[in-house]
Design a protein around this ligand. Structure first.
Ligand code: DNO
Length: 354
């Protein structure tokens, strides 16, 4: 296991590489070329520049989150082969730069969905939260507007204003797309990219849908143990794997985190570990990483990852906003640093307890 930290790149992130370097036990960075739109080719020069910038600070790139998938691939439109070719070129460039893990998602229209970005918790910290009734009462096109005021000046991943400006067209594009279509389109994509993943030893890691159920009537597939297993079997290649995101996957109380980690043994290539506090099955808020602050047993989660032989990067996921920090919701420095240290502590204790 390698403890890592997500970094959106200079110019996009309030957190600096030198701050990340000082979090004990964090050696790797999970990053991206944040300006790239889905479908664009990443050149080797661009990747090389990012890599050098990170290495100069004594860190390294432990993986990419994300190389986003163009909607034409997800919907299986006539133009998908063009975008898959572009994706392959990006993977080749990443492979040549010695990068071996790529996180992506296959969610229609919205990436992750929250209804509040700054809900106040009893200790005065603020966190992102989700309430199903709010979503049910909302016109999907208004989703972005309803939360954009709380983004602290940041562009949140998956909520790029350029994409959100075309939200009506995006919804229209998915109108007749069913869950089975999504499985088929994902299979088609994976079949095309696996040879290049084999050649460069790139682990693809699909991110669970967040929340782990359909929103606004859009189909969603990365939502249950059965579906995640089915995804790994669409192309039964070790490079076709999963990002095990406890907060996304665990948003559905029907999902058993520990059981699923074991069921996906050998196919989890990336861990996003965070905690949720449920007020009811359809209202949850993000908690501190510590088990007792939320509803997940973080010890059991880390133990399952440890004992099932997980050896990829883990990153603390969304943190609370604390100590007056102003940053992209979920992605400040302080609470994620506390999370990394806590998760490292759990891992050390589990390891030494063996
Ligand atoms: C949000 C993230 C997601 C995730 C993508 C992966 O904080 O977990 O945006 O990076 O879904 O492609």
């Amino acid at each position: 296991m390698e403890m890592t930290f997500r970094w959106f790149g200079s110019g996009h992130d309030t957190v600096t590489l030198s701050q990340i370097r000082q979090i004990p036990g964090v050696t790797g960075v999970i990053t991206t070329l944040y300006d790239k739109m889905p479908g664009e080719i990443w050149t080797e020069e661009e990747i090389h520049g990012l890599k050098k910038e990170i290495e100069l600070e004594g860190l390294h790139i432990a993986g990419i989150e994300s190389v986003n998938i163009h909607d034409d691939i997800k919907t299986g439109s006539g133009k998908r082969d063009l975008y898959i070719d572009n994706y392959i070129k990006t993977l080749e460039a990443l492979g040549r730069e010695d990068i071996h893990m790529v996180c992506y998602n296959f969610m229609p229209v919205f990436d992750w969905t929250r209804t509040e970005l700054a809900r106040v918790r009893p200790d005065g910290s603020t966190v992102m939260a989700y309430n199903q009734k709010t979503v049910d009462a909302m016109i999907p096109e208004k989703m972005f507007d309803s939360i954009s005021g709380d983004m602290n000046g940041s562009v949140m991943p998956g909520w790029e204003p350029e994409r959100m400006a075309h939200i009506k067209e995006l919804f229209a594009q998915y109108k007749d797309v069913t869950e089975e279509d999504l499985f088929n389109n994902l299979k088609y994509f994976l079949e095309k990219i696996m040879p290049v993943c084999d050649r460069y030893d790139i682990n693809m890691a699909i991110h669970p849908d967040d929340p782990a159920w359909s929103v606004f009537g859009l189909p969603r597939i990365a939502i249950s143990k059965e579906n995640l297993i089915r995804i790994t079997k669409l192309v039964d290649n070790v490079h076709n794997g999963i990002t095990f995101c406890t907060g996304s996957y665990g948003s559905s109380i029907a999902n058993n985190l520990v059981e699923t980690i074991w069921a996906l043994k050998g196919r989890i290539h990336f861990g996003h570990v965070r905690n949720l506090k449920f007020n009811s099955p359809d209202d949850f808020e993000e908690a501190a990483h510590l088990s007792s602050d939320g509803d997940f047993d973080m010890y059991e989660i880390m133990k399952a990852l440890h004992d099932s032989g997980f050896d990829g990067p883990i990153r603390p996921d969304h943190g609370r906003m604390i100590w007056g920090e102003v940053a992209m919701p979920g992605y400040g420095l302080y609470d994620r640093a506390l999370g990394a240290t806590y998760l490292n502590g759990l891992w050390e204790a589990i390891d030494k307890g063996k």
